[in-house]
Design a protein. Structure first.
Length: 317
């Protein structure tokens, strides 16, 4: 979970157009909003109702129902139940899930990320929304320290190193500021998220410019690992082969759904179907078994800091 962040800006001399009547800031419907619309469309099809027939049964306009199913507008939680009644949906768990997700979509309008909506890419905003409502996050990182555990200087160097060399200093400052706000879910007073990271040992050796940046980051990592809701394990260099050799990933668990986030160089992938999520959960379980226990991991990090301090160039004159 590098989550180096993706800024979104209009072309020079242009302004980003606003979509009139859109329920969320940032012009793009959220991941959960699109998920809910897709599920409602599937339930309508299961009820063997055309869009026109469903609009009559549900007493909504065809255009309104179409926009809901396409994720263009959000359906208020109070309106989900009568729509499900119209489709003959009786599964209690499914009904509760859909109503809960509609509530989460509604709450997305009030998140701290709203003030940054015009500056961040839609996929990055989706990550912020999911993180904020997650009860548990499992992440594997093979090259860098996970973004939620990054120190400010390390985060700045990581963004630069991963191809964002075009960013101005102010844009870089903005991304680091957003990163800091994201990290509040780990240490907030009320219901901090349960965070479990497995980090490949290679990340403990990956310099990002000034060696002091890495040393400070490792000290920061040790400090965070002391929190009762944060677990850090290091996967040693000599660990046996494992399913995550394909790369980094994150599993985010919200109250009713689980999502997998995979960050690519220029885009992001989100998986929410149980058949797609389960292999990543299984892979993470394997990683925790191959990795060092938390106490041994802390010792390895401390040893790495000690080594770095002893090998640092002596600049004294």
């Amino acid at each position: 979970m590098r989550e180096c962040g993706k800024l979104e800006a209009p072309a020079p001399g242009q302004t980003r157009p606003r979509k009139e009547g859109h329920p969320l800031n940032g012009d793009t419907p959220s991941l959960r909003q699109r998920w809910l619309g897709t599920r409602l469309a599937a339930l309508r099809h299961d009820a063997d109702l055309s869009l026109q027939e469903a609009s009559q049964v549900a007493q909504r306009s065809t255009a309104s129902l179409s926009r809901i199913e396409n994720g263009v507008v959000a359906l208020p939680p109070r309106d989900v139940r009568p729509l499900l009644d119209s489709y003959g949906v009786t599964d209690t768990d499914l009904r509760e899930t859909l109503i809960a997700v509609a509530g989460e979509v509604e709450s997305e309008r009030r998140g701290w990320w709203v003030e940054h909506a015009d500056d961040l890419s839609p996929s990055y905003r989706d990550l912020l929304r999911l993180e904020a409502t997650s009860t548990r996050i499992l992440t594997y990182e093979n090259n860098l320290i996970p973004g939620l555990l990054q120190h400010g200087d390390y985060a700045r160097a990581a963004v630069r190193a991963t191809g964002h060399t075009h960013l101005s200093d102010s844009e870089l400052d903005h991304l680091v500021s957003v990163r800091k706000q994201r990290q509040q879910i780990l240490t907030r007073d009320q219901d901090p998220v349960s965070f479990h990271a497995v980090i490949h040992e290679a990340a403990l050796h990956q310099h990002l410019g000034d060696p002091a940046v890495l040393t400070t980051q490792l000290q920061h990592l040790l400090s965070l690992a002391e929190h009762p809701t944060i677990t850090v394990q290091i996967l040693p260099l000599d660990a046996a082969a494992h399913p995550a050799l394909t790369g980094a990933f994150t599993v985010l668990s919200t109250s009713h759904l689980e999502w997998v986030h995979i960050e690519l160089m220029t885009s992001d992938v989100y998986l929410e179907e149980p058949a797609g999520v389960q292999p990543y959960r299984t892979a993470f379980n394997t990683l925790t078994q191959r990795a060092l226990p938390p106490t041994k991991s802390a010792e390895l990090i401390a040893d790495r800091i000690d080594t770095a301090n002893h090998t640092a160039p002596n600049t004294a004159k």
